[in-house]
Design a protein around this ligand. Structure first.
Ligand SMILES: Cc1cc2nc3c(=O)[nH]c(=O)nc-3n(C[C@H](O)[C@H](O)[C@H](O)COP(=O)(O)OP(=O)(O)OC[C@H]3O[C@@H](n4cnc5c(N)ncnc54)[C@H](O)[C@@H]3O)c2cc1C
Length: 371
């Protein structure tokens, strides 16, 4: 496309910082750059008409990791590493709440609960045996014993009669959070261009040449925040991981409130607007769900439906209103990749299933590469 003199001059000349991706990491990075560089020209390029990865598709849990997930992480990470991951989630949520305000992002703290199937009662016993040890390990983060047992007050089916709960967990409205971040960025004079895909870039002696499907331009520094799509731009150890979700129509007098985890985090559900939002089951087809293509499958959606009928809403009628998917970025380690790729190019990617919790922190850290 031939850009006019005006288009080029007004949007694409003298660009100081370009951020690729307008998910929670990209927008948090751009906003942190604005704080440090009040007069800089900051540009965010986004391939979707809306942010189109995970940040507008997720479940909106403000969570820190269920007990079984933490125990599972301890098989591949040291106690220090796991404590650090939990601390990042905790501090990330506080940062998000403080910078945008609970009202703006629809934050509510109803607590989080892990459910265990009757068939899996061994796992429940193991978790219970380890609860005190993990509470001690995490006390420096939460300043109290976070995990405790509560009874099955919501009447879920096929589960052991107690949950392992963390009353510090909360939930937010994903759409409101993303709108708040986009509005804050626009108010801060950050240009956001949608439907622009960055195809590649070259490090130059004095900046970076960026090529998109529509135009090329030069920027002083480039920040890549494309998470599950990053391998299309740079070779990093990140795989796309699709996650499927469904939401019911409103259910009269729905009593369920909170965020709920099952099976080491492979299943998760919550209340929102008198509905149940339920996601997961990617462990049924890990190979098929290792894709950056959006879509839903019969196998996973029918498993989610059976969980809705048998476990979450036994005897309560429900109808599905909507189904969708989002793309996460995962890898052999849960730690995000935050690094300098060349003189003036940096990336903050591989947010896994916890990007709401840690996205604002990673965006801020990404911006700290800028000079
Ligand atoms: C179904 C689902 C449920 C989840 N639930 C939770 C939860 O409850 N709590 C939690 O903490 N986390 C959750 N997550 C994870 C969380 O949503 C992500 O970790 C987080 O949103 C990642 O943010 P990001 O900014 O790194 O990536 P993204 O939000 O994916 O943003 C990357 C952006 O880059 C854009 N992009 C990609 N390539 C290019 C390119 N070449 N040029 C221009 N733009 C490009 C994409 O369109 C996208 O908008 C969930 C994820 C999914 C999918």
């Amino acid at each position: 496309m031939n850009l006019s003199y005006w288009e080029y001059k007004s949007w694409l000349s003298n660009v100081d910082f370009t951020v690729v991706g307008s998910g929670i990491v990209g927008l948090s990075c751009a906003l942190s750059l604005r704080k440090r560089f009040p007069h800089a020209r900051i540009l965010v390029l986004e391939k979707g008409t809306l942010p189109q990865g995970a940040s507008t598709k997720n479940a909106g849990f403000a969570c820190y990791g269920s007990l079984s997930e933490i125990l599972s992480d301890l098989k591949n990470h040291s106690e220090e590493e796991v404590t650090e991951l939990v601390r990042m989630r905790w501090e990330g949520i506080q940062l998000l709440r403080n910078s945008l305000g609970d009202g703006e992002i629809g934050f509510e703290q109803h607590g989080g609960h892990e459910l265990f199937l009757v068939d899996d009662s061994d796992k429940y016993d193991r978790c219970l045996n380890e609860m005190d040890r993990i509470n001690k390990m995490l006390e420096p983060v939460f300043k109290k014993a976070a995990f405790h047992q509560t009874s099955n007050s919501f009447g879920f089916g096929q589960i052991v009669n107690h949950y392992i709960s963390n009353s510090l967990e909360g939930q937010l409205d994903t759409g409101r959070l993303m709108r708040a971040l986009l509005e804050k960025a626009r108010r801060a004079g950050i240009d956001i261009l949608n439907s622009v895909t960055v195809e590649n870039y070259s490090q130059l002696a004095d900046g970076v040449e960026v090529r998109t499907q529509h135009f090329e331009f030069k920027t002083s520094q480039l920040f890549i925040a494309t998470n599950g799509f990053v391998s299309q731009l740079v070779k990093e150890s990140v795989k796309p991981a699709r996650a499927q979700v469904l939401i019911t129509k409103p259910i009269p007098e729905l009593a369920i409130k909170g965020t709920f985890h099952m099976d080491e985090g492979y299943y998760y559900f919550r209340n929102i607007d008198n509905r149940i939002l339920l996601g997961g089951a990617r462990n049924l087809d890990i190979a098929g769900e290792t894709t950056s293509e959006f879509g839903t499958t019969e196998e996973i959606q029918s498993k989610l439906e059976s969980i809705l009928s048998d476990i979450i809403l036994p005897g309560i009628p429900w109808e599905i209103e909507r189904r969708w998917s989002g793309i996460m970025g995962v890898g052999p380690q849960k730690k995000p990749i935050l690094k300098q790729l060349s003189n003036s190019v940096y990336c903050g990617v591989r947010l896994g299933g916890m990007g709401i919790a840690i996205g604002s922190l990673i965006g801020k850290s990404l911006s700290e590469f800028a000079d």
